[in-house]
Design a protein around this ligand. Structure first.
Ligand code: NAD
Ligand code: GLY
Length: 359
């Protein structure tokens, strides 16, 4: 078992990482000073796998537990679902000190966190992430939100959890494409901050894909350490936290042109390749580093080529995302492994050339 502390003064918290930890959640909540009632928010698939063991671990520690369900899918990360959940929390007798526990992927984490941040002006929030993406990214850093209309994460807050319980054993039931989604964010963390972690990845990718528990524990712990260090310096996303968006600006545009018919992690991998090409074209990255990054992404099951989309439409989508102004694009670029920076000065022509080269 590993522990990572997120140092944010009175809002600081511990991330617990290890196999079998869901059945320890009741004890960990108690150690954090929580007791009384507890509400679990989850989806039907995750409930079937892990609902009972989490509930039993809470009941064994004296919690009076209610499990609430939200159907699977991003479309349920909405104000409408939040509204329904407020009613269900009230019916379950949830009070200001009642913890809300998000058991599931990033959709459940973002939604349950939003509900926890707003119900009775805020109740204790606990993350129990069960996808790799949620364990390495969305459960850490306090961004909680729901979508509104066509806009993702339009209504939300910064609301840090009291505790994160990442049971890497839960990743054994995750479909392969969901694992690849999370690996994209882990590789991103290695690229932006830690060349040694990148090498670890190269040497251990087969163990990771075979779901070796020790390897999973290591990549989740190192990933959240990296994210925590960034969040500690820029909790409210006003500067440094931007570097976590490496690969995401172009990735989002590709997702939107394909009408979300591509997995997020796959789009981010393409975005990271594009950011590398652009950095090399602008003379900040040695071209020789690109094949190494491409090879690791491929071995992780990620795409490095742009599927058949119109490059002009990708550029247009970036304009809508307000990432393009006066023919210049704001992008996170790379100097070398472990060293990235935000540039507000990338020519759209260079972005276009990079995208064409990835066709
Ligand atoms: P998801 O939450 O939709 O989960 C994917 C699917 O996996 C679901 O169908 C779920 O039922 C299933 N699942 C979850 N755990 C499982 C397990 N252990 N075994 C089998 N199936 C399991 O997808 P996601 O990729 O985890 O999260 C995506 C969401 O995260 C998006 O809404 C995105 O906006 C958000 N996000 C938030 C942040 C943040 O900082 N808050 C960061 C990145 C992404
Ligand atoms: N996922 C990016 C962030 O948390 O800032």
């Amino acid at each position: 078992m590993k522990k990572v502390r997120v140092r944010l003064g009175r809002s600081g918290y511990t991330i617990h990482i290890g196999a079998g930890l869901l059945s320890e959640t009741g004890r960990l909540l108690r150690e954090t000073g929580l007791d009384g009632k507890a509400i679990i928010i989850t989806d039907p698939a995750v409930r079937d796998f892990y609902g009972t063991s989490l509930k039993q671990s809470l009941t064994a520690q004296g919690f009076k537990t209610t499990l609430l369900e939200v159907p699977e899918g991003e479309q349920h990360k909405s104000l409408e679902t939040a509204g329904r959940l407020y009613g269900e929390l009230a019916a379950a007798g949830a009070e200001r000190n009642t913890p809300v526990i998000a058991l599931g992927g990033g959709v459940i984490g973002d939604l349950a966190g939003f509900v926890a941040a707003t119900y009775m002006r805020g109740v204790p929030f606990v993350q129990a992430p069960t996808t790799l993406l949620a364990q390495v990214d969305s459960s850490v850093g306090g961004k909680v939100a729901v979508d509104h209309g066509k806009l993702k994460n339009m209504v939300g807050a910064f609301y840090q959890p009291r505790l994160v319980v990442s049971d890497v054993g839960s990743l054994t039931t995750l479909p392969a494409e969901q694992l690849a989604n999370g690996l994209s964010e882990v590789i991103k963390h290695a690229i932006i901050r830690d060349p040694e972690f990148f090498t670890y990845f190269e040497e251990n990718i087969d163990r990771i894909k075979a779901l070796d528990e020790k390897a999973l524990e290591h990549i989740v712990a190192r990933s959240v350490e990296i994210k925590a260090q960034v969040v500690e310096k820029d909790e409210k996303d006003l500067g440094l936290r931007n570097i976590l968006n490496f690969g995401h600006t172009i990735g989002h545009a590709v997702e939107s042109v394909l009408d979300f018919g591509i997995a997020h992690g796959q789009a981010v991998a393409i975005g990271m390749m594009a950011a590398c090409r652009i950095s090399a074209d602008m003379g900040v990255l040695e071209k020789t580093e690109i094949p190494r990054i491409r090879k690791l992404l491929r071995r992780a099951g990620l795409r490095t080529k742009l599927p058949g989309v119109d490059v002009a439409r990708v550029l247009e989508a970036m304009k809508h995302d307000k990432k393009v102004a006066d023919g210049k694009v704001k992008l996170v670029l790379i100097r070398t492994l472990g060293d990235v920076f935000l540039s507000a000065d990338v020519d759209t022509a260079i972005v276009e050339k990079a995208l064409v080269s990835l066709r």
